[in-house]
Structures are given as C-alpha cells and as structure tokens.
Design a binder for this molecule. Structure first.
Ligand code: 6GU
Length: 247
C-alpha cells in the first residue's frame, strides 16, 4: 500500500520510522511519502492560512496550496485515483471496519488540516476526481489532523497482509469482525505465576482449553457491560446463553 501525507508538520511522521510500521516500510509492505504543504506556497512567508469568511475565531487553511499539492500528488484525469482521507472532528466515525476497508486499498492520500479546517472548496474540487472521506476519531477535538492520521495509519497498517507476525492477533481484537465483534477483550496475564502476592487466575494454568475459552468470554462480557454497555445492545439474543445472563 502507498500512503501520501500532506501536512505543515512533516516531523510528526517520524513515528512511522519505528516499530511495526517502520518494519513494514523497510520490508516494502508500506510505502509512505510525507509532503510539506508549504512547498506549494509562493509568497515569502509561505502562508497557508487566512481569516474565515463570515467571521469567527481562528484561521482557515487557504485553498490554493492544497489544490496545487493534490494536483501534484494525484495528477488530474488519472484512471485509478487514490482515496483522499481528511481527518476532521466533523467527519464520519473511524471504526475497525473502516480501517479494514482502507487496508484493502492500494493508495491513500491523507490531508492533515490545522486551525479551524481547510477551505471546503478543496474537498468539493477533490471529489470531482477521487473518492474523499472526512473521518473523525471520536467526540473530542485535536489541534490538527497529524496525530489523527498517525492513529488511522497504525490501525490500517497492522491489518496489511504480512505486517503482524501472528495473524490471530488481528482476528481476536476487540471490534474485530467475527466471533469477538461487539466484545471488549478481557484481562491478560504472563509469568511469574504469583506477583506481589497476586496469583494468575487458576483457570489459565489448568490446561482446560474449553474452560479457559469460557472464562475469557465471561471476562470480555463483564468488561463490555462495565465500559461499553452500548455494545451489548448490538448482540443478537442467540449470541448469549443462560450462563452469560448470570455473568
Ligand atoms: Cl480526525 N481530527 C481532529 N483535528 N480532531 C479530531 C479528530 C480528527 N477526531 C477527533 N478529534
């Protein structure tokens, strides 16, 4: 997969050199290109923002540098354009399902806005030649799209074939489509068997795989009820058995 990022703070994306995604880049599974939006300004101050029409607080990103940047990265009239992702708190929710659909795309461009956002004509103009998604991470406000882009790229990148060592760790995730959909994952333990007088739950040392699976499911259900009761409403009644109702 290729990802082009456009930002006024390219330094944020140094994080993509390390850990899982750094390795994915070095092995050629992920091809990331970071672009400085100011490279497409033409004034001495490399201006990217201006005051909002209609008044109001803050500044808005000017359309001209964005138009030139997107034209340079995505030449007009391409038959196979990328999907343009615009991180914004006023976008559609980013979910595991959306991450999985992006992981299936060959080419993504991420436009990181700052200030109060990007002049909306940039979005409308881009939509005439590529699919555009305005995407939000949740109900809170970040100072700009860069950290949101990093979050999305990590969620997408770990789903690319070959990026994770153990393919099962993807399918067992909280929110992974399939068996564990709609459950949060329960607690996990490793050695030593007793730490600060706290033993690991006996069942995990029992070797009874069926009982262990049942315990994990109980714990997942308990945690889901405590932190995300809204998710229980998405469970089909036939996905619960008599024992679940006593958990
Ligand atoms: Cl995607 N961007 C910004 N700037 N703030 C956010 C967000 C995105 N998602 C939640 N808050």
């Amino acid at each position: 997969m290729r990802i082009d990022l456009v930002t006024i703070f390219p330094e944020y994306f140094a994080a993509l050199d390390i850990s899982l995604l750094g390795k994915a880049r070095r092995t050629g599974l992920l091809d990331v290109h970071v672009h400085d939006l100011r490279d497409w300004t033409h004034d001495r101050h490399r201006t990217v923002d201006d005051t909002p029409y209609g008044g109001g607080p803050g500044m808005v990103m000017k359309p001209e540098p964005w138009g030139e940047a997107l034209d340079a990265i995505v030449p007009p009239h391409r038959s196979d354009p990328p999907r343009l992702i615009i991180p914004t708190p006023s976008g559609r929710p980013f979910t595991q399902a959306l991450a999985a659909s992006y992981a299936a795309e060959p080419w993504l461009v991420v436009a990181c806005g700052r200030y109060e956002g990007i002049d909306y004509r940039v979005v409308e103009d881009a939509r005439t030649r590529m699919p555009v998604d305005e995407v939000s991470l949740g109900d809170f406000v970040l100072a700009g799209g860069e950290v949101a882009a990093l979050v999305m790229i990590e969620a997408i990148g770990r789903l690319l074939p070959g990026v994770l060592g153990n393919a099962a760790s993807v399918t067992d995730d909280s929110f992974a489509p399939g068996a564990m959909e709609t459950f949060l994952e329960g607690p996990v333990y490793t050695k030593p068997p007793v730490w600060r007088e706290r033993p690991v739950p006996d069942i995990l040392l029992s070797g009874h795989h069926g009982a262990i699976a049942r315990w994990r499911r109980d714990e997942a259900l308990r945690r889901t009820a405590r932190y995300r009761p809204d998710l229980l409403g998405r469970l089909a009644p036939e996905d619960l058995d008599e024992r679940d109702r006593t958990v």
